[in-house]
Design a protein around this ligand. Structure first.
Ligand SMILES: N[C@@H](CCC(=O)N[C@@H](CS)C(=O)NCC(=O)O)C(=O)O
Length: 218
């Protein structure tokens, strides 16, 4: 059975929601193992043997670990194309991967600067500056995604839920944690509420114990 190592609320939500969609479409079940990032469980010798980078997600297939969200999701889609988690038609697939890659290599690392500024600067002042600049940049990324959400029908790639919807949901939750009020992105928020109502997404959120309500006004 495939096994996913995930951190509640982390980027691993993307393959987690995908695995739930695959379970619903094909009946293939999976094991889900929570890794508590705030407790440093990603740094245990056992976990580092799976992913020496000490990051979630890891998908274990036939005893072999696979890391990196884009690679994991591409694998899941090729294993179960009938789940429709990425388009099959080459050009549409390439366009989907273009959005997915941007989310993974640009939007996601921007949030890392908010969440872990100590990775990018050593003094407290510099870290506060890194964080503030990253919050402004992250907001620009969320506005770009809101532009995509305005055309969602009802999902970003059309009528089917896909990995990029799970990523978009994750980013709006993270924005709330970073002090960005989702009420200031109403089109994005309404779209994410639709995504959260998808049964596979709801199942993954329930297992992770997360909701959309991450923003706390100061
Ligand atoms: N490029 C990696 C990024 C993975 C990543 O950043 N994971 C974060 C959670 S969203 C993590 O495990 N952080 C733990 C830490 O920084 O100690 C991927 O696509 O899988």
């Amino acid at each position: 059975m495939m096994k996913l190592y995930y951190g509640p609320g982390a980027c691993s939500f993307v393959p987690h929601a995908g695995l739930e969609a695959i379970k619903a479409a094909t009946g293939e079940n999976f094991e889900a193992q929570s890794v508590k990032l705030h407790k440093g469980e990603q740094q245990t010798p056992e976990y580092l043997a799976l992913n020496p980078l000490g990051l979630v997600p890891v998908l274990v297939v036939d005893g072999q670990p696979l890391s990196q969200i884009v690679a994991i999701c591409d694998y899941l889609d090729r294993r179960h194309p009938q789940a429709g988690l990425l388009p099959a038609e080459p050009w549409q697939r390439a366009q989907a991967m273009s959005t997915f890659a941007w989310m993974n290599n640009t939007v996601h690392p921007t949030f890392t600067h908010i969440f872990r500024p100590s990775k990018f600067a050593s003094t407290e002042d510099a870290q506060a500056d890194v964080r503030n600049v990253a919050v402004a940049t992250f907001r620009e990324h969320l506005e770009r995604i809101q532009g995509m959400a305005a055309k969602a029908a009802p999902f970003l790639l059309g009528d089917k839920f896909s990995f990029v919807d799970a990523y978009a949901l994750t980013f709006l939750r993270w924005g709330g944690l970073g002090g960005i009020d989702p009420a200031s992105l109403p089109v994005y928020r309404a779209y994410v509420e639709r995504v959260a109502a998808h049964p596979a997404v709801a199942a993954a959120m329930a297992r992770e114990g997360i909701n959309l309500d991450t923003y706390k006004p100061k």
